[in-house]
Design a protein around this ligand. Structure first.
Ligand code: ZN
Length: 120
């Protein structure tokens, strides 16, 4: 499975982490996955999390960088983070596609999975 570029200790992901009051955050910018509070290894060990972010990469491709970001921020203001349609879709994709990113390993249990930020 071809993975996108992964950026650790990203200042953009750090901003999102502070805003979401989350321990660790991954965020997609264009075709890269930016991490804060998690290492590349921690991120890649949770196929649910990888599948979630891969869906955001697909959304970026569908809507374009500006189209995605504009819509995302507008929907955040309108619906709150958890109910942003892009997030709802990515959570569904995470559940559906995790097995594609598990590389034959067993899927992690609920207590091993990265918690989805509830946000505000
Ligand atoms: Zn997301």
């Amino acid at each position: 499975m071809e993975l996108p570029r992964i950026v650790e200790n990203s200042p953009w992901a750090r901003l999102a982490r502070l805003k979401l009051k989350a321990g660790s955050v991954a965020m997609v910018l264009g075709s890269s996955i930016h991490l804060s509070g998690a290492t590349r290894e921690q991120f890649l060990s949770d196929p649910y999390w990888v599948a979630h972010e891969m869906e955001h990469i697909r959304q970026f491709q569908q809507y374009g960088r500006l189209g995605f970001l504009w819509r995302y921020l507008l929907d955040w203001a309108k619906h709150g983070y958890y109910n942003i349609p892009f997030e709802v879709q990515a959570r569904e994709a995470g559940e559906r596609d995790a097995v594609l990113y598990a590389a034959g390993r067993p899927l992690p249990g609920p207590e091993q999975r990265h918690p989805t930020p509830k946000g505000s």
